[in-house]
Design a binder for this molecule. Structure first.
Ligand code: GRF
Length: 186
């Protein structure tokens, strides 16, 4: 039996959502921060805070081979739930199947709108009056798994992708820990 309350966070960059998840952990424990980018700024913060980290550059390693190494690291910490937080790598089918139903992600749009990248520019181009963020279960299809929670952010007439991103990011930091705290109980 895996303990869903043992959470690993996967990052590739600055890790602001990772910080929010660490700081907002009530019903779960962050037992590992892992990254495919050894230089990811978020790793430094995690290390300084005394969290266990795992970092391995995915360059030059086959997709599934890499995911098996990552999976071993997660098993080593008896991880039960994986939270992707700006993890800029598509996981292999093998990995998604191995951890089926136990991987969640935060996406900066109101899914099913604007899957993939450049969500803020696309929300503005589409003339949407509201944007936001979604936490969802990761499945093989990109940004298409069950939505667990969403937060809306109104779009203002003078918004640029950068200003919208800032406000959506603040909403992400509130939403993600809240949804994860609930998710690990189900
Ligand atoms: C966030 O916008 C998140 O929604 C997306 O990637 C970005 C990661 O930012 N998946 P950070 O590394 O958490 O600051």
């Amino acid at each position: 039996m895996r303990d869903s309350k043992r959470v690993a966070i996967l990052i590739s960059g600055r890790g602001s959502n990772m910080r929010a998840l660490v700081e907002g952990a009530l019903g779960y424990e962050v037992v590992l921060v892992a990254s495919n980018k050894p230089q990811a700024a978020g790793l430094e913060w995690a290390r300084e805070g005394g969290l266990a980290t795992w970092a391995k550059d995915s360059k030059g390693i086959g997709k599934e081979d890499y995911d098996r190494l990552l999976s071993d690291a997660l098993e080593g910490q008896q991880v039960g739930t994986i939270a992707l937080a700006g993890f800029m790598r598509i996981l292999s089918s093998w990995f998604v199947e191995r951890w089926a139903g136990r991987i969640v992600n935060i996406h900066p749009s109101l899914l099913p709108k604007h899957r993939g990248l450049d969500t803020h520019a696309r929300a503005l181009e589409a003339g949407n009056s509201v944007s936001g963020c979604s936490v969802h279960i990761v499945t093989e299809e990109l940004d298409a798994g069950e939505v667990l929670g969403q937060a809306e952010v109104p779009i203002e007439p003078r918004d640029t992708p950068a200003t919208l991103e800032q406000r959506v990011l603040a909403a992400e930091h509130r939403l993600y820990p809240q949804v994860l705290n609930e998710f690990v109980l189900r």
